[in-house]
Design a protein around this ligand. Structure first.
Ligand SMILES: NC(=O)c1ccc[n+]([C@@H]2O[C@H](COP(=O)([O-])OP(=O)(O)OC[C@H]3O[C@@H](n4cnc5c(N)ncnc54)[C@H](O)[C@@H]3O)[C@@H](O)[C@H]2O)c1
Ligand SMILES: O=C(O)[C@H](O)COP(=O)(O)O
Length: 389
């Protein structure tokens, strides 16, 4: 029985993917084989030795210590694209919030009523304070043309906007999704120069921290409106607040509130709502549960952020799954352990991703702990699993 620990509220539809005769699901295991998580921070979490996989029901994995997981042979999955539509819809909303002072207007109406004034008598005079431009015929700049950025670009075009996008690592799949009218440019600077609205859709990591800083803001048009539904750390708070105070930025809409941002003029904070739709929560949870199940039961890896994709049809009677460093000689060492014991290899696949690699060996006859321990002892091997069919 596999123990799956849930670290956030995971949709029931996703949990239903895990057959209860083979998977027990709870939020209080301390010997879990797998974790299902959303945004809970795992950096200080002590992993049990049994833990083999973490599935993030969502896109961003900056809440998970990926390096520590890789070294412990723990596969980390996410669910690419599963919540992209939900975020796209909130970006549309954020562009409108960034244009007209909708948040201020809502608050003003409430304040009028609370003060005892008859609201209907004051709106026509008061509404001038909340005026803002239309997005039609304005230019949207997009940093990051992945699952979300591509959807946002296409829908912005359909709303009559001009769209510029930048993504130095644009995948073929995402490039094919982009409407041909989107200007895909070679530098972020080109995007900044054209954008009346700027939205960012990149993962947060060491390289993307503070993408929007003082230097980036200096390249933008006066009065630019900035939307950040990706991660708070992508936008430098000091820089954006100074740019708002100086009139460079007309409004900043973020899904990542801090007390400082909430209190600042010109900032609209949402409570990390990008993926919070029932449809998106179901999509993410179903995909995450399927990834976890396929890995724990079959050793297959799909959509991992630290290990390569590897899906192998079963053949033979048993399967040895080896997570190891991507160094020469490992495969030869594994097959030598097997051939020394006259164990026939029925099928074998090896794939690598950066510093790490994964080898799956289907064998004709079962092996003992001695052979598995011999494989565990090979230099660079991080985790060995033995599965029977
Ligand atoms: N607010 C929310 O609830 C919410 C929901 C989903 C995702 N997100 C955030 O949005 C991010 C993007 O999600 P996604 O599903 O589009 O991911 P994705 O992986 O499909 O797309 C990210 C894109 O960013 C590009 N990229 C990486 N570094 C870049 C750089 N320096 N400059 C320009 N482009 C760069 C990549 O090539 C990729 O195409 C996630 O990592 C997550 O942090 C937030
Ligand atoms: O990266 C993501 O997928 C989003 O930030 C969604 O986070 P959530 O699952 O906690 O809503």
């Amino acid at each position: 029985m596999f123990h799956i620990k849930t670290m956030n509220k995971i949709s029931a539809l996703g949990l239903a993917e895990l057959p209860r005769d083979r998977f027990a699901v709870a939020d209080d295991f301390d010997d879990e084989d797998g974790i299902l998580v959303r945004s809970a921070k795992l950096h200080d979490y002590e992993f049990p030795t049994e833990l083999r996989a973490i599935a993030r029901a969502g896109a961003g994995t900056n809440n998970i210590p990926i390096g520590r997981c890789s070294e412990a042979g723990i596969v980390v999955f996410n669910t690419p694209g599963a919540n992209a539509n939900a975020v796209k819809e909130l970006v549309l909303c954020a562009m409108l919030i960034a244009s007209r002072d909708i948040a201020g207007g809502l608050q003003w109406v409430k304040n009028q009523a609370a003060s005892g004034v008859e609201v209907s008598e004051v709106v026509e005079k008061g509404k001038a304070a909340f005026v803002g431009p239309e997005i039609y015929k304005k230019t949207l700049g997009i940093i990051g043309l992945g699952a979300i950025g591509a959807l946002v670009g296409n829908v912005a075009l359909s709303m009559g906007m001009e769209v510029y996008g930048y993504d130095p690592y644009l995948s073929v799949a995402n490039a094919l999704r982009l409407d041909r009218h989107i200007h895909v440019v070679k530098s972020a600077q080109e995007v900044y120069q054209h954008a009346d609205y700027l939205t960012i859709h990149v993962p947060y990591n060491d390289a993307t921290k503070d993408t929007i800083d003082t230097a980036a803001l200096a390249q933008m048009k006066d009065g630019v409106r900035i939307i950040n539904l990706a991660r708070g750390e992508l936008v430098n708070d000091d820089a954006i607040l100074a740019a708002i105070a100086g009139g460079k930025v007309a409004r900043y809409v973020t899904d990542f509130p801090t007390n400082r941002l909430v209190q600042a003029e010109g900032v609209v904070c949402l409570p990390h709502l990008g993926a919070s739709t029932p449809e998106s929560e179901d999509n993410c949870a179903v995909m995450a549960a399927q990834e976890l199940q396929d890995y724990l039961e079959n050793g297959n890896i799909m959509n991992s952020v630290n290990l390569p994709t590897l899906v192998q049809e079963w053949s033979g009677t048993a399967r040895i799954c080896v997570i190891h460093r991507n160094i020469p000689g490992t495969i030869a060492s594994i097959t030598k352990v097997l051939s020394d014991q006259k164990v026939n290899v029925e099928n074998m696949t090896n794939k690598s991703k950066g510093e790490y690699a994964y080898t799956v060996v289907d064998i004709a006859t079962q092996v003992s702990d001695a052979e598995l321990d011999a494989i565990r002892g090979i230099e660079g091997v991080l985790r060995v699993r033995y599965l029977t069919h």
